[in-house]
Design a binder for this molecule. Structure first.
Ligand SMILES: Nc1ncnc2c1ncn2[C@@H]1O[C@H](COP(=O)(O)OP(=O)(O)O)[C@@H](O)[C@H]1O
Ligand SMILES: N[C@@H](CCC(=O)OP(=O)(O)O)C(=O)O
Length: 378
């Protein structure tokens, strides 16, 4: 085999992948849930899990599967009919996945999200904790949009965007978008068979959106434009994106092994730097915590998380998930981060070790007041 390029080597090192499968692929172009293809993808994901690589699956296909089940030939226009088709299709899809993952003794888990879940900080953090817990339990979460309850204003619009937001949420190293085209081409290959594959580019290259067109299958919603935008979103938290043909033999295994399949879209900054910049730019500061000398040193010199035991003061009114300022005893802001306990809880646990949280709060969630992944040093 040819030498693996440096950027593909970066993919091979990925320990957490979000893999998105589009509707046309999942339903074999609208011919019902494609069980044999699902079994083959699941076998490859199981092999990744066996190597310790974590996988979150974002699966479309509920509407397409529901349409098939209900005998509808054309995608309905009415939102309620779409929602009904999604409800029928989703339970069928999940049952097929559950069986396929069950063959490898992997517990799959259904997660249905809407936009509110990711824009509201508390729900964002809860979704994040649940996904992380599922991954640590060896499960493969299967995410889709909660089509049955969403209305126009709150829908993600497409699962490419949802997959990118999930990649941000779980801080994935890589996002693999599997579709019915072999990657991003210089033009839609359905229109021009001589269009050329773009093997690699910066996710932020503005020329990509000029060549990325709409979906034409009548099954999916996004087309290539939403896949490129998804790669841009994923890049915000430092994830690489590959857009690849899901019908290719052993596509997941080969992409993860660094084979030059599909289109690789790269972020400009490294994962942690990108994520922290994203955090810092995203939110307003809602309050402050004051650190003792030990906590200040732990954060600034040892890259540690902030523990409540090193906090001597709490100011302002903030909720779990808000951005708070961390000040040293001289009043200088030394860091900012997303806090795991609200201001009332923080007041109760300040200066205390995490073993006392249950006595003080009646429960214990995270051991850290602010996890180091959610801290930006200033
Ligand atoms: N530049 C392009 N390169 C590749 N495919 C393109 C391009 N522009 C538009 N497309 C279309 O995007 C489709 C894939 O998007 P979509 O139908 O939404 O798939 P999915 O259901 O997997 O999300 C391809 O089948 C292709 O017709
Ligand atoms: N939530 C919808 C997803 C629709 C969608 O974005 O489809 P696709 O463009 O095929 O990824 C469903 O499951 O049908």
């Amino acid at each position: 085999m040819n030498a693996i390029s440096v950027s593909r080597q970066r993919l091979c090192r990925g320990q957490r992948w979000v893999i998105k499968i589009g509707s046309a692929l999942l339903t074999n172009g609208g011919r019902g849930v494609h069980r044999s293809a699902i079994s083959a993808w699941v076998a490859q994901m199981a092999a990744l899990r066996a190597r310790g690589i974590e996988v979150v699956l974002v699966s479309s296909g509920a509407v397409a599967a529901g349409m098939d089940r209900l005998g509808w030939r054309r995608r309905p226009e009415s939102i309620h009919q779409l929602q009904a088709a999604a409800a029928v299709g989703q339970s069928h899809l999940v049952q097929v996945y559950e069986q396929a993952f069950g063959d490898f003794d992997i517990p799959s888990a259904q997660i249905l999200l809407d936009h509110d879940d990711l824009s509201n900080r508390t729900r964002y953090l809860n979704a994040r904790s649940t996904l992380r817990t599922l991954l640590s339990l060896g499960s493969v979460p299967i995410v889709n949009e909660n089509d049955t309850v969403v209305t126009d204003e709150i829908r993600f619009g497409d699962n490419d965007t949802l997959a990118a937001l999930v990649a941000n949420l779980v801080e994935a190293d890589a996002l693999l978008i599997m579709t019915d085209a072999d990657g991003l081409f210089s033009e839609d290959p359905r229109e021009n068979p001589r269009a050329e594959l773009i093997a690699e580019a910066s996710a932020l290259d503005p020329r990509l959106l000029q060549v990325a067109g709409e979906s034409r299958s009548g099954l999916g919603r996004g087309g290539m434009a939403t896949k490129v935008r998804a790669a841009q979103l994923a890049a915000r938290s430092g994830a690489c994106t590959v857009i690849a043909g899901g019908a290719r033999e052993a596509v997941i295994t080969r992409v993860c092994a660094g084979e030059p399949l599909g289109t690789l879209l790269l972020p400009e900054a490294g994962p942690l730097a990108a994520r922290k910049r994203w955090l810092a730019g995203q939110l307003q500061v809602r309050g402050a915590v004051v650190l003792d000398r030990g906590a200040e040193t732990a954060l600034l010199e040892r890259g540690r998380s902030l523990l409540a035991v090193g906090v001597t003061g709490v100011e302002g009114c903030f909720r779990r998930g808000d951005l708070v300022s961390c000040r040293n005893s001289a009043g200088r802001e030394v860091a900012r981060g997303l806090v795991n306990y609200d201001s009332r809880e923080s007041l109760r646990i300040q200066g205390q070790p995490s073993e006392k949280f249950i006595d003080l709060l009646g429960y214990r969630d995270d051991d850290e007041l602010i996890h180091r992944d959610n801290l930006v040093l200033l």
